[in-house]
Design a protein around this ligand. Sequence first.
Ligand SMILES: CC(=O)SCCNC(=O)CCNC(=O)[C@H](O)C(C)(C)COP(=O)(O)OP(=O)(O)OC[C@H]1O[C@@H](n2cnc3c(N)ncnc32)[C@H](O)[C@@H]1OP(=O)(O)O
Length: 589
Amino acid sequence: MVTILFVRYANSVYHVFTPTPVCNFYNFDQFPSPSSLPALSLILFCLKVKMRGFLIITLPYKQLTALIPQMVTRACEYAKDDLYIHLDSASIFEDPGKMHHSTWPIKASSQVIQKLYGSFSTVAPQLDTRIIMSGFKGHSIIPNNPRLQPANLLVDHLDDEKLKYLRAKYKCYFNLKEPITLLTDEDVSNCSVIAEALGGSISSETNEKVYENIVAGGTFDRIHPGHKILLAEGLLRCRNRFTIGMADGILLEKKTLAPLIEPVEVRIENLKNLLEDMDPSIEFCLEPIIDPCGPSGKDPRMEMIIVSQETLRGGHFVNKTRAERNLNQLDVVVIDLVNDENRNVHEEEKLSSSSRRMRLLGTCLQDPNLSNKLEPSPYIIGLTGGSASGKSSIASRLKSFGASIIDCDKLGHKAYLEGTECYSKLVEAYGPKILNETGEINRKALGALVFGNQEKLNQLNSLVWPEILLLLKNKVAELKIQGAKLVVVDAAVLLEAQWDLQCHEVWVCVLPESEAVRRICERDGCSEELAQQRLQRQMRDDERVKRAHVVFCSLWDYSYTTQQVLTAWRRLQRQGIVDDPLVTLNSPL
Ligand SMILES: CC(=O)SCCNC(=O)CCNC(=O)[C@H](O)C(C)(C)COP(=O)(O)OP(=O)(O)OC[C@H]1O[C@@H](n2cnc3c(N)ncnc32)[C@H](O)[C@@H]1OP(=O)(O)O
């Protein structure tokens, strides 16, 4: 189905056809005249426009908790990329007069927050929802944040009286658009019965304490609703300063798919952006940490640490460290883990950044390299990865899907044949000890010579890579004549050799070092030391990932790797680069 996006410029209306379901009316007054722009760039611009939604929740707490799933499902029809949520606590808790700092109903507020984030993550995991904390804190004014200018204004339920109240309170938003009401009168009257049956009451037994200075720690990679619940709980209880230690360096080493963790500067920037949206009244101190305590182990002003069930032990460790340093003990507030309703069999039960990283496998991480002055066809993909990372097995899956594979190891063997220029250069450089009795180059002997000595390896590379590159270019030309559409260049040290410049995309296989060592020892019957030595001569996975368009990991079972390759292949199909729509998980591999 084709959807039409109307783009208005000055007094004219332009109709642009887009493949995504966009149904809004955008007014691009500051946009340069469309007549001066090629239609394609206009469409690309339109596709980039985010559907920014803004939801104001006003229903009383009891009804609200029961209606959240229904409301969330409907809200997701209007908000595609992000949705800011403001809870008008004066009406939610039916006690406008008491909404000041010392009496926020913290427990009740965090229940609503958890339920909202949990429901949104189930119904629309791709939607970036941000609950603005000002409503809970009795700040009646929505912060003047340009990111909060919505395209859609959503309201849970409106009667005439509430409309009047909201018009007065959120006037600026009504200038943009009339609100879309998500719940009907019938929904609301039906649910009061359900809410009572559920006993949705505000519990007073839990600690409702509020602090000046609080602290939390974590990786905060690819922020998910579990992070947001933890941060919201912190913000509910914080009056002044929120310090967050961002795990880096050695603290990340054991994490699943660590090379795909965003750089700490990016994580800090994303988290800061989120926190400032959530509560601009708080001072945020975000800093990288490489020890388990970070600032929480030394700052005497801190009063409370917020942890998840999983990091509770870390909270106790912080207090132990503080006791040793004669610092005050921190109150420890623990957040429950949120289950991930959309997880697959290999992913964790709770919402987690590891699962999010796993879902990136096989997807396109950055735009293809179209500035390399390469001919558009055949489309060339460089496939690389460390020793024993599963590269060859992925190449054979791609072959079974229809790709033409060039194995650069085999080209290397060709370059070493007696009588070639390369052969003479190698014998001259290393002497006859690299030859076997029949005069051929003994690759095992050559390997033993160079893999333990970086200088000798560099020398070998400078002699051999130009020869292999020549053979590679000839092979690509040959495949082009044969009509190949997609060529995969399987090369162990593609990036070290800068051959990414010969490719439209780079696909990288990553594997934790311990598993790579295990596989090398098993496959080649060598010692752990030798296996480690070989890996150390190669680029690290995190460096490869920086230059990767697609990443695979063969750590899990065979079909999970195939699934990743299929994800990558289907994207090529969608882009018209390959045309075999029949490839499935059951294709012969
Ligand atoms: C740019 C490219 O990627 S071209 C393809 C790779 N080839 C080269 O770089 C040429 C230099 N290397 C060689 O000629 C051979 O590797 C030799 C002679 C040193 C050893 O040959 P062999 O004993 O047959 O070993 P083989 O070629 O299988 O390499 C063993 C491992 O060393 C790694 N390796 C190969 N070349 C290099 C290199 N130049 N630098 C670092 N590691 C390398 C590979 O990852 C391979 O592991 P994998 O099979 O698990 O991926």
